[in-house]
Design a protein around this ligand. Structure first.
Ligand code: NAP
Length: 269
């Protein structure tokens, strides 16, 4: 099936912050939009303002991605709307307290949104993109996915999951003409910090990026064909070296004999 124009982008977490900027930028790039979040009033505001400024078709879906039925509803839209050409898996919640001070119930809710919902939405859309040999999946990770010791470890771990899933999706889907990207911003000035129990005011100004700049950089990375985009890292060679070290480990990650440094002399056992 051929899609007229750019098709439709479904954006989760489009009621504020980075998701609302993605909505703006993608509408201006010619996508129609399906905007998903819990706050219906905020979604309506974003949709109204963008449909009048861009003329794109924009619909909103009120859904709490922690709730199974709501998540199934969004999955159903991805499966049944043939115009969808892009999924922006952006909704996420954070936490700043260290493990011993954070509530495990809140951690589980974070895992439901950052990991479970993101994964189920990928599963819903990927078969259709593969059948059509076209589609784009953007997964919002975080720089904390590779630096989980900086803030709340469960948050960092959810974002490490997003990065790992993205690598795997790239391996499985890129050859089927599906574009895959994980975005790893550092701190960004959005309502995220208040919602996470932190405060932007406590962060040095020089480490906090504007949400507009973050999304523009992320989309520039997508246009460049990047699988991993780190909006604030000045020298791409630093990520390339990190990735090269990972690749260097690959051939030896599974072997039938322990590494020499772990061979215990017979007399010591
Ligand atoms: N800000 C940062 O410093 C930073 C840095 C790196 C990565 N990120 C990532 O960027 C993404 C967007 O965050 P942001 O900074 O733009 O923060 P934000 O302004 O707080 O946006 C979070 C979005 O997720 C939605 N959301 C949260 N829980 C949800 C749920 N249960 N069901 C449906 N939607 C839900 C929120 O909408 P409702 O409240 O209306 O549901 C909101 O639209 C997140 O994945 C975050 O982890 C942020």
């Amino acid at each position: 099936m051929t899609i007229a124009g750019k098709g439709t982008a479904l954006i989760t977490g489009a009621s504020s912050g980075l998701g609302a900027i993605y909505a703006d930028r993608l509408a201006r790039r010619g996508y129609d939009l399906v905007l998903v979040a819990r706050n219906q009033d905020a979604l309506t505001r974003v949709a109204k303002s963008l449909s009048s400024s861009t003329g794109r078709k924009i619909s909103i879906v009120r859904a709490d991605l922690e709730q199974r039925n709501d998540l199934l509803k969004v999955e159903g839209i991805l499966r049944s709307d043939p115009s969808i050409t892009m999924l922006v898996n952006n909704a996420g919640i954070g936490a700043v307290e260290p493990l011993l001070m954070s509530d495990v119930e809140a951690m589980e809710r974070m895992i439901k949104v950052n990991v479970t919902a993101l994964t189920r939405l990928v599963y819903a859309v990927a078969p259709l993109f593969v059948a059509r040999e076209e589609g784009t999946i953007i997964n919002m990770a975080s720089a904390l996915g590779i630096a989980p010791e900086v803030l709340n470890g469960v948050y960092g771990a959810t974002k490490a999951y997003v990065i790992a899933l993205t690598f795997s999706l790239q391996k499985e889907l890129a050859e089927k003409n599906i574009r895959i990207q994980a975005v790893l911003p550092g701190a960004v000035g959005t309502p995220f910090w208040d919602a996470s129990g932190g405060s932007l005011d406590r962060l040095p100004e020089n480490i906090v990026m504007k949400p507009d700049d973050t999304v523009d950089a992320a989309l520039a990375g997508l246009d460049m064909g990047e699988v991993i985009t780190l909006p604030s890292v000045p020298d791409a060679a630093d990520w390339n070296a990190y990735e090269a070290a990972r690749q260097k480990l690959m051939p030896n990650l599974s072997r039938n004999i322990p590494a020499p440094r772990y061979r215990v002399p017979a007399s010591a056992s």
